[in-house]
Design a protein around this ligand. Structure first.
Ligand code: V47
Length: 382
């Protein structure tokens, strides 16, 4: 039998590789060394080693639907092609009925999650968001509502004049199940000043996440890479997430997001490459030792790169999605949805064993007529 062994072409990685294999935590300097190395196969080997220790051969996916209730946004982030001024061509805001109609369309298979994010609307009252969650919960009681990034929560706190904690409590009462990981971008103020000048600061993003976790709401976390950030700024971002996770244990999954420049104010920047995409998956798996899951989000990576990502540290490929707007406005050429059969093919061909999961990574089984069943007494897989 051939034993799987690590071959290091970049000998400078030796001390880091030893730490990973001994299960030791990596430092800031280790993270920077990983980013500066082009020994992609070694990074992938090490990340896969950690991934298989945590999840064996399993690969998670879900049956979900994205809903973006409005693209009207006051933030004007340079990184974004989705947000519009209220009167600009293409600006839209869904009435509650429209949100409910949208939620019911897509594939005929029952979804287990609505992923709901939108712009920072200048006029919608806080009640709109509460009504939206209540309406969805009433019409789709078994679907988990993963809604509103930390940036949206911070904005809702401003418009409602309520503390972040109270905003979260009211949303939770209305049906909020957990929070998606968006809006984190890169925490370092130098980068935020250029790519998302008027947005919630990195420190406030972390504080909102802390508040959510303290109230028993789990969340995801993201990092937007491939624009103007340095290796040091990426590592700083990842280690700030790791430190908060040590404190709260509230993060479920980390998603490295590749920047798509088309139709943004940063359209002069080149697109990310497969090499950088795989490097970010691998390094996030290695640095975020306390995060249960790393997602290779097929929408932004493309299905082929996401599939290879399942051997470079990722244990999740996300879901059916059904309707994606944020990346497609920024020039993504991927499909806007994948069927379960297509997700399964990607996972099987990568040699992994697929597990349908709910938002909190509990296994989902289906009844003969396709209805999802989740044992909610099971501990969240954190
Ligand atoms: O915060 C915006 C990013 C994020 C662009 O939690 C862009 O499961 C690339 O967070 N190019 C929203 N990225 C999406 C998001 C997400 C996606 C999938 C799953 C989950 C999850 C979360 O999209 C934003 C921003 O970082 N984004 N514009 C762009 N031009």
């Amino acid at each position: 039998m051939i034993s799987r062994q690590l071959t290091l072409e970049d000998k400078r990685l030796e001390p880091v590789a030893e730490k990973v294999q001994a299960g030791e935590r990596l430092s800031f300097e280790d993270g920077v060394a990983l980013y500066h190395s082009n020994d992609l196969l070694a990074l992938g080997w090490l990340a896969n080693h950690v991934r298989e220790q945590k999840h064996g051969n399993l690969c998670y996916y879900n049956i979900n639907r994205h809903i973006n209730p409005t693209n009207t946004c006051v933030a004007h982030c340079r990184l974004c092609a989705f947000g519009r001024d209220a009167n600009a061509p293409g600006a839209y805001t869904m009435a509650l009925e429209e949100v409910l109609r949208t939620a019911a369309t897509g594939y005929d298979e029952a979804v287990t999650e609505f992923h709901i994010v939108g712009g920072l609307h200048p006029d919608l009252p806080f009640e709109y968001y509460l009504d939206l969650l209540r309406g969805l919960k009433e019409r789709f009681p078994h679907v988990h509502l993963k809604a509103f990034t930390m940036v949206e929560i911070h904005y809702l706190s401003r418009i409602s004049k309520l503390p972040v904690r109270d905003v979260l409590l009211k949303l939770k009462e209305a049906g909020l199940g957990s929070l998606p990981g968006g809006g984190a971008e890169i925490f370092h103020p130098r980068v935020r000043k250029v790519i998302c000048d008027h947005k919630t600061s990195g420190q406030m993003w972390l504080q909102v996440a802390r508040n959510a976790h303290e109230l028993g709401l789990h969340s995801n976390a993201t990092m937007l890479y491939g624009h103007i950030e340095t290796a040091e700024e990426r590592v700083d971002h990842l280690l700030q997430l790791r430190a908060l996770q040590d404190e709260t244990r509230g993060f479920v999954c980390f998603i490295p997001l590749a920047f798509h420049p088309d139709n943004t104010a940063l359209s002069h920047l080149p697109k990310t490459t497969g090499f950088l995409d795989l490097k970010n998956i691998a390094i996030s798996r290695l640095l975020l030792d306390n995060f249960p899951h790393i997602k290779a989000y097929w929408i932004m990576l493309t299905p082929p790169i996401a599939q290879v990502g399942l051997r470079f540290g990722a244990d999740d490929i996300d879901g059916t999605v059904i309707e994606e707007k944020i990346y497609h406005d920024a020039g993504a050429k991927t499909a806007q949805a994948l069927r379960r059969s297509e997700l399964l093919r990607l996972i099987h061909e990568a040699g992994r064993d697929p597990v349908e999961r709910d938002t909190l990574y509990r296994p989902v089984t289906r009844t003969a007529d396709g209805q999802p069943r989740v044992d909610t007494t099971l501990a969240v897989n954190v």
